[in-house]
Design a protein around this ligand. Structure first.
Ligand code: F6R
Length: 242
C-alpha cells in the first residue's frame, strides 16, 4: 500500500485528480468506480477544471458509483444521482448511458443489486476505484459487520452514518434508512484502489485503518488484502496514524 501525505484538502484533491487524469489518458475506455460525500468534491472540481482546460476526454469512460440511497428519486437534491450530475457528469463529456448508479427506487431492490453487480462484471470490473472512508470504517455503505465476501446489496444504514449524513438533509428524519451499495468483494475486485481521507475528524479512523488487522468490524481494513491501493490523505487525517 502506498501512502501519500498531503498538506491539506486542496493538495489531496490535486494529487488525486492527477492520478485519475493519468489513468483516463492512458486508458480512454477505463471503468472508474466513484464515491460521493464531502471528500471527493475537490477531486471532481479539479477534474472538471482539467476537462475545460485540457479537454481530457470522457466519451468512452464508464463509471459505476459505489452506492445510492433507497427511496430518493434521481432528481432529489440529496440523491447520489443528483450529486454526481451536479459535481461531475454535467460538466464533462461522459455519455449518459456510460454513467451508472444503483437504482434506489427499483421495485425489487434485490434484483437491482444483482443487475448492478452483473453489469460491473460485464464491463470487466472496475479499473480504478476511488473511495472515501466513513468515521466508523465503512467504505461504500458497507457498515461494520458487513461480510467481507459481500457483493452489491441493500444495507440498513447505521445511526452514526445517518447522523453524519443528516448535515445534507433538513433533518435526521429525512435521511433514508436504507441504501444500495457495492459489496466489499465487489470493491476488492477492482484492479486499482485510491482511498482519500481528509480532516482531523478522520484521524482516529485512519489510526484504526492502519493499525487494526483485517476485520468486518472495520470494513476498510479489507483493503490491506488488495495488491494495488494508494492512500492519499492530508496531515490532519494522518496526525494520529504517524
Ligand atoms: C459515498 C460513500 C461513503 C463515503 C464516506 C465518507 O459514496 O461511499 O463511504 O465515502 O461516508 O464520507 P465523507 O467524504 O462525506 O466524509
Amino acid at each position: 500500500m502506498e501512502i501519500v501525505e498531503t498538506k491539506d484538502y486542496e493538495e489531496m484533491s490535486i494529487l488525486a485528480a492527477e492520478k485519475v487524469i493519468d489513468r483516463v489518458l492512458k486508458q480512454p475506455q477505463i471503468t472508474l468506480g466513484l464515491p460521493t460525500g464531502h471528500t471527493p468534491v475537490g477531486l471532481y472540481k479539479r477534474l472538471v477544471e482539467d476537462h475545460r482546460k485540457n479537454e481530457t476526454p470522457y466519451q468512452d469512460v464508464i463509471t459505476f458509483n459505489l452506492d445510492e440511497y433507497t427511496d430518493l428519486s434521481p432528481d432529489h437534491p440529496n440523491s447520489y444521482h443528483y450529486y454526481m450530475n451536479h459535481h461531475f457528469f454535467q460538466h464533462i463529456d461522459i455519455q449518459e448511458k456510460h454513467a451508472h448508479l444503483p437504482d434506489g427506487t427499483a421495485r425489487n431492490l434485490d434484483l437491482e443489486c444483482e443487475r448492478y453487480e452483473e453489469l460491473i462484471l460485464k464491463h470487466g470490473g472496475v479499473d480504478l476505484q476511488i473511495l472515501g472512508i466513513g468515521q466508523n470504517g465503512h467504505i461504500g455503505f458497507n457498515e461494520p459487520g458487513t461480510p467481507l465476501n459481500s457483493r452489491t446489496h441493500v444495507v440498513k444504514l447505521s445511526e452514526s452514518t445517518r447522523k453524519a449524513n443528516s448535515r445534507y438533509f433538513h433533518s435526521l428524519q429525512d435521511v433514508p434508512y436504507h441504501a444500495i451499495t457495492m459489496g466489499l468483494a465487489t470493491i476488492m475486485n477492482s484492479k486499482e484502489i485510491l482511498l482519500l481521507a481528509s480532516g482531523a475528524h478522520k484521524s482516529a479512523t485512519m489510526f484504526r485503518f492502519f493499525h487494526e488487522a483485517v476485520t468486518p468490524d472495520f470494513p476498510a481494513t479489507i483493503l490491506k488484502h488488495h495488491p494495488n491501493v494508494t492512500v492519499i490523505a492530508d496531515r490532519p487525517a494522518l496526525k494520529e496514524a504517524n
